[in-house]
Design a protein around this ligand. Structure first.
Ligand SMILES: [Zn+2]
Length: 257
């Protein structure tokens, strides 16, 4: 659940991780999950469905977002800006940014936004998961966004692997030489805590990652990381990439990845 400790701020859980206090209740897990999906959906995919328009950099005033959610979901008549601030600040992946009473998603957009995110502190290598079938083609012609507006790169090979497992049981991980990419003029931006955005990645800075990856646990559900099942896939032809038919439908249909 989402709570606020008067001393240590917002947190997710039953007791403050710092002082162990029971703290002030904000919302339960079901509400948190649902509201997070609504917020992600609005900020990434369908603002007009809630009568909202994002500014060019993807921002929306917090009071406006609160009002839109309350007007379409009667059950959330209690919702206030501080609930959304708490949700954003405790997001484990840094999916949201809040500045001057405004909120935006830091990545995952399928609507056009011009994210003025920072370009410093880019790791020397970043990673991207593809299916076995896609690997050869992508290594030859490079990586372009498909469902989303940007290519979403992961900070570590394991992050990419976990993201890729949403689409395929044994993803191939590609490594991006970001130093060389930046020398070639590519702008890479820091989005969430483990996500980096770029318009496209040319093949000459892509390599197959040969390091160690965790063995796929046969039963475990893959962690829905920054790729949703309904989403990316470097599809060089620009069409949608093939998906295994056996995968269950997404439990996070609105892109709360
Ligand atoms: Zn505390």
């Amino acid at each position: 659940m989402l709570k606020e400790c008067v001393q240590h701020g917002y947190f997710r859980g039953t007791h403050c991780p710092v002082c162990g206090d029971e703290a002030r209740f904000f919302m339960d897990d079901r509400e948190l999950d649902h509201i997070a999906r609504i917020v992600a959906g609005i900020l990434r995919h369908f603002p007009p469905r809630y009568g909202i328009s994002l500014d060019p950099q993807g921002w929306v005033p917090l009071p406006r977002l609160v009002q839109a959610i309350r007007s379409q979901h009667r059950a959330y008549g209690w919702l206030k800006a501080h609930h959304l601030i708490a949700l954003a600040e405790t997001d484990p992946k840094g999916r949201y940014e809040i500045r001057e009473e405004r909120i935006r998603a830091t990545y995952g957009h399928t609507v056009d936004v011009d994210l003025d995110l920072p370009t410093d502190h880019i790791p020397e290598t970043l990673y991207y998961p593809v299916t076995q079938e896609e690997a050869a083609v992508v290594l030859e012609i490079g990586l372009r966004p498909t469902d989303r507006k940007k290519v979403h790169l992961s900070k570590t090979a394991v992050d990419a692997y976990n993201a890729g497992r949403v689409r395929t049981p044994e993803p191939v991980i590609l490594e991006v030489d970001t130093k060389r990419a930046q020398e070639d003029g590519l702008v890479i931006r820091r989005a969430g805590k483990t996500v980096f955005l770029v318009d496209q990645v040319p093949s000459q800075v892509l390599h197959r990652f040969e390091g160690e990856l965790p063995a796929p646990p046969p039963e475990a559900e893959p962690e829905p990381a920054h790729t949703t099942p309904s989403s990316p896939g470097p599809s060089p032809s620009g069409g949608s990439s093939p998906r295994p038919r056996s995968r269950p439908p997404s439990r996070r249909p609105e892109g709360e990845a």
